[in-house]
Write a protein that binds this ligand. Structure first.
Ligand code: ARG
Length: 284
């Protein structure tokens, strides 16, 4: 045979239209330290944070997403990390109850927004940081513990949404929220099977066993990509918005038939957050 075989065509990926909530970082700064990324002694630029965030916002609009905005509150510099504002599914919003005093007022601010939008708001009893630690993958909610959300919040979550909740133990303080260690590539609501990407070193051995068994086709990312919060990304099932510096992750996504879109959120990384942290998915 003289002709070269065509390369096996990757899976046909179909984007779904996402609805998300974001918060413009008008009051962003790093004035306290609640994760290893934060260095209050170093200068930050609110203008740069806003400009970088605007690119992410535009990217979502260009992808056809429905993007809702919550008003930023002065004195709450971390409010830009909307993922922590709650967990929203089936028209219900489970409010956040933050670990650290500095962020506690964000909980009611987000709950007020959910209520005003007609969501059935569930006030939290247990400490939890919303979609930072809770990720919907297919019919299951993966739930992180170890640094922020308390294990009791996993039961609270299960009882509110009536879904199976799978607890995972985070062990590396740099990857303190589940959404810094796992990216949901396919949420299983479209045609493709649910799938994820993750950093193995962020989990203890029993959690790794669960991940290996449930997601044999998962993408494993390098420490280097995880260290720029490459996993902290947002996928619509085809387009995956990621940190532009996560080069190997980008390559792996392309190989699997996804369309990675790189954005630079270096200023927001100074607060310990990236793409996903700035994004809370709204599911009616
Ligand atoms: N400075 C914030 C904190 O430490 C960053 C939150 C990042 N959010 C996330 N979903 N990972 O709480």
């Amino acid at each position: 045979m003289t002709m070269t075989e065509p390369a096996a065509s990757p899976v046909q990926r179909t984007p779904s239209r996402k609805s998300v909530l974001m918060c413009r970082p008008e009051h962003f700064t790093v004035s306290y330290r609640i994760n290893p990324w934060m260095h209050p002694e170093d200068p930050t630029s609110t203008a740069t944070a806003v400009a970088q965030w605007e690119v992410l916002y535009r990217t979502y609009l260009d992808l056809g997403f429905d993007v809702q905005l919550i008003d930023p509150v002065e004195g709450l510099p971390d409010m830009v990390y909307a993922a922590n504002g709650g967990f929203v599914l089936d028209g219900k919003a489970y409010g956040a109850s933050f670990t650290y005093a500095e962020r506690q007022p964000e909980g009611p601010a987000y709950m007020d927004w959910f209520a005003a939008q007609g969501y059935e708001v569930h006030r939290p009893v247990e400490v939890n940081e919303g979609e930072g630690d809770f990720l919907l993958v297919g019919d299951v909610i993966l739930a992180g513990q170890g640094f922020r959300s308390a294990s009791n919040s996993h039961q609270e979550l299960a009882s509110i949404f009536g879904r199976e909740v799978v607890s995972l133990q985070l062990v590396n303080p740099s990857f303190y929220h589940l959404d810094t260690a796992i990216a949901v590539l396919d949420d299983g609501r479209g045609t493709a099977p649910a799938n994820i990407a993750y950093l193995p070193a962020a989990f203890d051995e029993p959690s790794l066993e669960i991940l290996r068994e449930r997601y044999p086709d998962a993408i494993l990312v390098t420490e280097e990509d995880a260290a720029v919060l490459g996993l902290n990304s947002f996928s619509d099932g085809y387009n995956v918005v990621i940190a532009s510096r996560a080069k190997d992750f980008e390559r792996q996504l392309r190989e699997r038939g996804y369309n990675p879109i790189g954005v630079d959120l270096s200023e927001l990384l100074l607060g310990g957050g990236g793409v996903k942290c700035c994004t809370l998915e709204l599911r009616r």
